[in-house]
Write a protein of this length. Structure first.
Length: 203
């Protein structure tokens, strides 16, 4: 070993020791444990798939999970096929397709209200540890559901219950109320290069 690499190694070690001290101090400060509201928003891909990643984590720990999909009407997705096998996971496909497919505001509102009734039951069930409200933001931005009612029912959920909301255009009020908010930023998407939705990646 040359003197130069020995010096490099020592500097790296010292830097990592300082970093570890900072990280350990941060971890020591974070001691609370409570049910969280997480919002995954933005135009980039990864909102629903991130939510389903948390579903896998929760089920792996033996927690009980409820998933509500508010827009999708298809019941042939890989995530539903996989997670429905787990008796600790309740999976509800509550949509009737995108608003530009249905083109019917009154029908969309009725669908949204029926869907929210299912979500409400989960949000009132203390034995449900994680509730995923996939694509909920659209029901709020199109005014199919009353935002204040939804927010107050989210707020009134059992202590310790985690909720993940996904969808583009999360409102300021929802972001304000959430504990963790992530915006997926669209840098590139294969769709724009002519690639269709593929199993395992998009559905
Ligand atoms: P995913 O379910 O893949 O995590 P998402 O929940 O972030 O995506 P959605 O708006 O729910 O995004 O879109 C669902 C479908 O649209 C998926 O097939 C996804 O790959 C695709 N998609 C997501 N973002 C984009 C984008 N920026 N451009 C084109 N297609 C997209
Ligand atoms: Mg999605």
């Amino acid at each position: 070993m040359t003197e130069e690499t020995a010096d490099l190694d020592a500097r790296h070690r010292a830097r990592m020791q300082r970093k570890k001290a900072l990280i350990d101090a941060g971890i020591a400060r974070a001691t609370d444990e409570r049910g969280l509201l997480l919002v995954l928003t933005g135009n980039g891909k990864g909102k629903s798939s991130s939510a389903f990643g948390m579903v896998a984590r929760a089920l792996g720990h033996g927690l009980r999970v409820g998933v509500c999909q508010f827009i999708k009407s298809r019941t042939d997705t890989g995530e539903e096929a996989y997670f429905s096998l787990d008796e600790d996971c309740e999976w509800h496909v509550l949509g009737e397709g995108f608003t530009w497919d249905t083109q019917d505001r009154r029908r969309d509102t009725e669908t949204a209200e029926r869907g929210w009734a299912v979500a409400r039951r989960l949000l009132q069930d203390p034995s449900c540890d994680l509730v995923v409200l996939d694509e909920l933001t659209y029901l709020l931005s199109y005014g199919y559901l009353d935002a204040e009612t939804v927010l107050s029912e989210l707020r009134a959920r059992p202590n310790g219950q985690h909720v993940v909301v996904t969808g583009r255009g999360a409102s300021d009020a929802l972001i304000e109320m959430a504990d963790t908010v992530t915006e997926m930023r669209d840098i590139k998407h294969a769709y724009r290069a002519g690639v269709k939705a593929q199993k395992g990646i998009d559905l």
